[in-house]
Design a protein around this ligand. Structure first.
Ligand code: ARG
Length: 574
């Protein structure tokens, strides 16, 4: 199919509206609110009638007369003040399910391809990755996967924090550690390394001076200091990569383009903003005043691009980066998967980039914000002693807990198998718990709820997949090309749910909301369970059995593909 069901119905209802003189009136197609309203409803007639001062029910019946859904719908009705309720024909859904099974992309239509930059993960390399970077990493990864699946060209950008005054301090401390012969050891724990460097910096004036000199040397391109800095970054990136590997996130060194990459561009950007009359001097700093963001007193907000002392800021670097993403990477769309608390920064940065012409009008700029991960006490997630939780340790604990659960259920399974299941379930649970929530809200990190085999969790969906895989282990032969026949309502509902995979993916890509895909997969599993209870599969015979097995097959494929797009693995047995 070239369109999603919603797009198809939209085109048909819009054509009918046009045929009765309501050219351009939106059809407003939505999934039906209740089963008795059919599968979809067209809600646009009321609006069209109002704009034309017509009776909505009268208009609805005129639209209905022109509405051509032959071969698509089995029932079309007017309801309430002028809703049009549409029930799709079983033969039509069967044909779509059949098509989906023959297609590597499961029948998901490919939109016009865009080049999309996704800025995600982007930790600060001075310290170890913490839980705040977990959200960016997995949300960004899921979006990148979905966009790629839809045929877009994704360019991942890991905008790591690898520049700034801390790096003077860290390289100065690295020299000391090396002289003491314990640099490698000390770098095993970056958190600790940073803490000790900071202690030295605060306690020892000579060391602090030294650190500041190093910053200058680093910026001046001094070879020795640069080599040390590189060494530090390398170790820090190794720590990140261990986390990416555990998470199954495909970020590599090639995706790293850190703040330091834009260094030479910063004076160029500021000079350009000045030349364009956008940046002006204010109290010694270079500032862009933004009327769009004026405060209560009506004063334009100041967006600082160069400090009094001549230093550049996070903001300046982001302006250089957006220019690069537009001019060099030629992105049609750029996503910034970053903590919601940076929302104002991005809105202002986007505004400046438009004004300065760094991002052309046609390029979409979106801040994909997310809330904070909370502990079960409802406060920001911390260790028991109030420290930041290291991601590597959190993920280890996830596997550990999943291993205990799996061992409880399958005491006789070989340990290596239990470990493999624990990895998929433990990591899957952590990722899914995050991805299944609306990213804009804060969420409570709870081991018990994410590892539950009931409810909207990874283990539940992984288990649903495994159950279907189990069905196929009991099948010796079936005709994988047999026609799909939808006689029971539960069969028709399952086919409808399967065909709606494309809508879920399209809305994830459009609205950058991975939880739409989670909600879809959960709904699909529910629909499958209802089907499986109502319609015997292995006990049925002949063509009916083949048809039902094919529905099972497509469900398994859709679950596997969908979870895969969230970066979550499935298991043939668990
Ligand atoms: N390093 C920043 C942080 O840890 C995130 C960078 C996000 N990306 C960007 N282009 N600003 O908060």
């Amino acid at each position: 199919m070239q369109q999603t069901l919603i797009e198809l119905l939209d085109a048909r209802v819009s054509a009918a509206l046009a045929a009765v003189g309501c050219e351009g009136a939106p059809a407003v197609i939505a999934p039906a609110g209740r089963p008795e309203f059919g599968d979809y409803q067209a809600n646009g007639v009321m609006g069209a009638a109002k704009a034309r001062k017509m009776n909505p029910r009268q208009l609805a019946s005129e639209v209905l007369e022109k509405l051509d859904l032959a071969g698509i719908a089995s029932k079309v009705e007017i309801a309430g003040p002028g809703f049009i309720n549409i029930t799709l024909a079983p033969e039509f859904l069967a044909a779509l399910a059949h098509e989906a099974m023959a297609d590597a992309k499961l029948g998901v239509p490919q939109p016009v391809s865009q080049r999309v930059v996704v800025d995600y993960s982007s930790p600060n390399l001075a310290k170890e990755m913490h839980v705040g970077h977990l959200r960016s990493t997995i949300i960004g990864d899921a979006l990148a996967r979905v966009l790629r699946f839809l045929g877009h060209e994704v360019i991942a950008q890991n905008h790591v924090g690898d520049w700034g005054t801390q790096f003077g301090m860290l390289t100065a401390y690295l020299i000391e550690a090396e002289q003491g012969g314990e640099a490698t050891l000390a770098l095993n724990d970056l958190e600790d390394f940073y803490r000790r460097a900071k202690q030295r910096f605060d306690a020892d004036e000579a060391f602090a001076t030294h650190s500041r000199e190093y910053v200058v040397k680093l910026q001046g391109g001094d070879a020795q200091v640069n080599a040390l800095w590189q060494k530090f970054l390398d170790v820090s990136l190794h720590h990140c990569e261990a986390v990416y590997e555990k998470l199954g996130v495909g970020l590599t060194r090639a995706d790293v383009r850190g703040e330091s990459a834009y260094n030479d561009d910063l004076p160029v950007v500021v000079a350009d903003l000045k030349a364009k009359g956008l940046a002006v001097e204010s109290e010694g700093a270079q500032v862009v005043f933004l009327e769009e963001f004026s405060n209560k007193e009506g004063e334009a907000q100041a967006y600082i691009v160069q400090k009094q002392d001549g230093g550049y800021l996070y903001a300046t670097t982001d302006l250089a980066a957006v220019r690069y993403r537009a001019a060099t990477l030629k992105a049609d769309r750029a996503l910034y998967v970053v903590d919601a608390r940076q929302g104002l920064h991005f809105q202002q940065m986007f505004t400046v980039s438009r004004k300065a012409g760094y991002a052309p009008q046609g390029m979409q700029l979106e801040h994909v914000g997310f809330g904070v991960m909370l502990g079960e006490d409802g406060k920001p997630f911390k260790t028991r002693t109030g420290g930041t939780v290291k991601l590597a340790e959190l993920l280890e604990e996830a596997e550990h807990r999943a291993f205990a659960l799996v061992s409880e259920k399958n005491a006789n399974m070989p340990e290596s198998e239990r470990r493999a299941i624990a990895a998929a379930v433990g990591i899957g649970a952590v990722k899914y718990a995050d991805l299944s929530k609306n990213r804009n809200s804060d969420y409570v990190f709870s081991w018990d709820s994410m590892l539950a085999f009931e409810g909207n969790t990874a283990p539940y969906l992984q288990y649903a997949y495994t159950r279907i895989a189990g069905v196929f282990r009991r099948v010796e032969h079936f005709d994988a090309a047999a026609p799909i026949v939808l006689e029971e309502e539960a069969e028709r509902q399952l086919a409808l749910a399967l065909v709606r995979f494309s809508e879920a993916l399209h809305s994830v890509a459009r609205e950058t909301m991975p939880h739409f895909l989670c909600a879809y997969l959960y709904e699909l599993s529910g629909q499958f369970m209802r089907f499986y209870e109502a319609c015997p599969v292995l006990k049925s015979e002949g063509a009916l059995r083949d048809s039902r097995l094919r529905l099972c097959r497509l469900t398994a494929d859709t679950l596997k593909t969908g979870l895969g797009l969230l970066g979550i693995g499935v298991l043939e047995a668990m």
